[in-house]
Design a protein around this ligand. Sequence first.
Ligand code: ZN
Length: 371
Amino acid sequence: MDSDKILSLDCATILPRKSLKVKVKILKTLYVFLLTNSERSLYIKSMRTAEHSNKTTTCPYCGNASKRFGKHRNGLQRFRCIACLKTFTEAHARQFRVEDYLKEQRGIMAIQLLVEGCSIRTVERITGIRAATLVDLLLIAGERCERLMDSIRNVPVKDVQCDEIWAYVAKKERNKTAEEYSDENIGDCWTWTAIERHSKLVLAYSVGRRDIDHAFELMFKLRRATSDSRFQLTTDGLRAYVHAVHAMLADRVDFAQLIKYYSQPREGEQRYSPAQMVEAVPVAVIGDPDPKNICTSHVERQNLTMRMQIRRLTRLTNGFSKKIECHRAAIALHFAYYNWCRIHGTLRVTPAMESEITDHVWSLNELLNHA
Ligand SMILES: [Zn+2]
C-alpha cells in the first residue's frame, strides 16, 4: 500500500470526501460544540438552578422594574434598576465556600489529621485539599472551637494546676530584627493552661507573651469557668501568677507555687533533653493549701499531649506557625478536641463527660458544627 492511499483513507474516516466549504462548516460546528460544553460553560450552567431560571427583573434594593444591562464575565445576565440605577446579577446558586468542607467527610478527615499531629502539607497530600484552603479551614474550625472553650462556666473543681508551654510564631525571639522588636505577633508565644487534676478538663487557656497580662487573662478565664466553691491551685514559680491570683481568685483559692530548680544542662544534650530538676520547693501563697496536693505533674503531662498532637509545637522541624492567627486556631482546636472528643486513657471517658458538662463523646463533626 503506498503512502498516498493511506492518507486518503485516513481523511475519509475523519471527514467524508466533501468540498472544502462543507469541511469548514463541520469544523466550525465542532468548535462551537467544544466551546459551549467546556468546563467553564458547564460550571456556569450549574450555577443557574432550575428554580431561578426565570430571570427576575425586579430590583432587590427598591423593588422597581429593571432593564437588562449586559452580561457578567461569568456569563450571567446583569440588570440595572430604572429607579435607583443599581446593578445586580440574575439569581444563581451559591458557590462552594471553604466552611462547606466542614459538612463533608473529606473536610472532617482533614481536621482529624490536623488534631492527630499531621502538618498542613501532609494533610494536603492525603486529602487533596490545597494547603491555603486548609489554613482557611483551620481558622474557621479554630474560631468555632474557641467559642466552645469560652463557653465553659460554673464547673465545680477541687484541684487546678497551671503552667505555660513555649512555642514561637514565624521566628524565635532572638532572631527578631530591630523593626520586628515590638511586634507581638511574631516571636516567642506561650500557651498558658489551667487543668483540673481529677477530671483532666482544660478549664481555661491563654495564648501570648509570658507576661503579667496573660497571667491575668488566664486567671480571669479560670474564675469565669469555675463555680464559686473553694479549690486548690498550684502553679510554677512564675512571679506573674502571684499578682494575677491575688487580683482574680483570692476569695476562692488555696494557692501554692511549686518552685523548681534545675541543674545546668551538660554539653551537647541541651538542645534535645530537658534540664534535670534538682529540687522542687512548695510555697503556700494564699489560704491553706494541702501540701500533699501541691503538684504540677498533671499539667506538665498535658504539655506533653500538646507537643504530641500539635505539629506546630514539634521542635527542630519547620512545621512551626507562621501566623499568630493560625497558631491560636490550632491551639483552640486541640483543647476543644481534647475536652469533648478524645477519650482520656485514665478516665475511659472524655474530660467533658467526667466533669459533667456533656453526657456523651462528641464526634469531630458535632464539635465543628455545633450551634
Ligand atoms: Zn432599584
